[in-house]
Design a protein around this ligand. Structure first.
Ligand SMILES: *Cc1c(COP(=O)(O)O)cnc(C)c1O
Length: 430
């Protein structure tokens, strides 16, 4: 048992099955319900959370993902400390220049492209998984990754002194695999797509007994995504936005932003029932968007064909939760082609100076589409989540020409400058 000074302020009580309601103690290490085999969620004592949250005003709280630790599942303060206190609390930026292009006056970007330590939203979820691993007293962690889980696990495991094993599908982005190696992780590239790799890793987790961040530690992992909701609403001075546009892969981020919004209302911090969640997917991998747009609500698995690798999950585990989050709030879904995704990356770069990866491009392209279709109103407060960083995926970005072989000579350079001025920044000589 932990003594009181070794405990965080967490009000987590139990693991609970989302489908049959069966409850398990928080110390249980199963990630699936023993009754019906479905996913487990974390439950909290929300009365206690309301009380504890009012004891310390926001201004006196740490500025990181642990800020509202009452609503997070980690109870061991030492485990929490070993993961570090520097993830989370990314900027919320008023995107006036991009907003003018899209016809949205109050467009904000939640900029997780600057997330520490690994430049994507995955730092939030993996922080919870690694802290849970440490609570269990383990020193090895595995993960299966479309791209960014791998880099987040590599970084956070190193800092915590844990060995990391990263499993990637065959079509991984090489820059991210290289990053994992530089960060001290073992990398194994599998001969299959993400959904095949995911299935195999599930079996390996059972066979080897190694905890996997996004498989066996999943109930804890998923809770980290709620911090996006807490931060966005606080950064808007506790006035919830009208829309949050969220990219979806497995559906953890979009479904847990929904949960986080409900919690803010439950504990009395903000009115959030009017927030609509809009989900963004690549056209080449859109099982969730399709289930919402065609009105069926049924997820039909797909084989992904898109350059947006980090969100290419054809069989999304949390898909049904996302359908519920979007439809119960009256939101919508949109898709974007790869071409639109790369154009949106460039538009974001040229208006706001933020370089995102294809997942972020998908969010921006889908925000543009929803604005065009009138689903986002010109005066609505819209938050678009920029979930990853484009400096990690530049090798995948279509090349644009630049001027090459220009002499270090003031006349030649002056001529070039005139070319740029007359024909635009993409001008080339000869
Ligand atoms: C993983 C990821 C997402 C969304 O993933 P979910 O599985 O839906 O939570 C979005 N953007 C980026 C950059 C990601 O790496």
């Amino acid at each position: 048992m932990l003594s009181s000074e070794d405990r965080t302020r967490s009000c987590a009580t139990e693991l609970v099955c989302r489908d049959c309601g069966r409850r398990l103690p928080l110390i249980d290490t199963t990630s699936k319900c023993l009754g019906c085999g479905n996913g487990l969620d974390i439950d909290y004592d929300y009365e206690l959370a309301r009380e504890r949250l009012s004891e310390i005003p926001p201004a006196e709280r740490e500025i990181n993902i642990w800020r509202f630790e009452e609503l997070l599942p980690i109870v061991d303060a030492k485990a929490q400390a070993r993961v570090g206190r520097y993830s989370g609390r990314t900027p919320l930026i008023h995107a006036d220049r991009l907003g003018a292009e899209l016809g949205l006056k109050k467009l904000y970007l939640k900029d997780d492209s600057t997330s520490r330590p690994s430049l994507s939203y995955k730092d939030r979820v993996v922080s919870m998984a690694v802290a849970r691993l440490l609570e269990l007293g383990k020193d090895e962690i595995g993960c299966v990754s479309t791209g960014n889980v791998g880099t987040a696990v590599s970084s956070l495991a190193s800092k915590a002194g844990v060995t990391a094993y990263v499993f990637y599908p065959s079509n991984m982005e090489r820059g991210k695999a290289r990053a994992c190696r530089a960060l001290g992780a073992a990398v194994c590239q599998l001969d299959g797509n993400y959904d095949e790799a995911n299935r195999a890793c599930r079996e390996l987790a059972l066979a080897s007994g190694i905890q996997f961040a996004n498989i066996t530690l999943r109930p804890f992992y998923a809770e980290g995504a709620k911090t996006v909701a807490y931060e966005v609403v606080e950064q808007l001075e506790w006035e919830a936005p009208d829309h949050i546009v969220i990219p979806a892969a497995g559906g953890t981020l979009s479904s847990r932003v929904h949960k986080g919004l409900i919690e803010l209302e439950t504990v009395g911090l903000a009115e959030t029932s009017g927030v609509r969640i809009d989900v963004a997917q690549a056209e080449g991998c859109s099982p969730i968007a399709t289930a919402i747009s065609d009105g069926s609500g049924r997820i039909e698995p797909q084989t992904p064909h898109t350059a947006a690798h980090s969100i290419a999950i054809g069989a999304p585990g949390d898909g049904p939760l996302v359908v519920d989050a979007v439809t119960s709030r009256g939101g919508s879904a949109a898709t974007a082609t790869d071409r639109e995704i790369f154009e949106a990356i460039d538009l974001l770069g040229a208006t706001e100076g933020i370089l995102t990866e294809p997942a972020g491009g998908t969010t921006i392209a889908c925000t543009a589409r929803l604005a065009n279709e009138g689903k986002l109103g010109p005066d609505d407060t819209v938050v678009a989540i920029v979930s990853g960083n484009g400096y990690k995926t530049l090798d995948e970005h279509p090349d644009k020409p630049w001027a090459e072989g220009v002499a270090c000579d003031v006349d030649a350079m002056g001529e070039m400058l005139e070319e740029f001025r007359q024909h635009g920044v993409g001008a080339t000589l000869g």
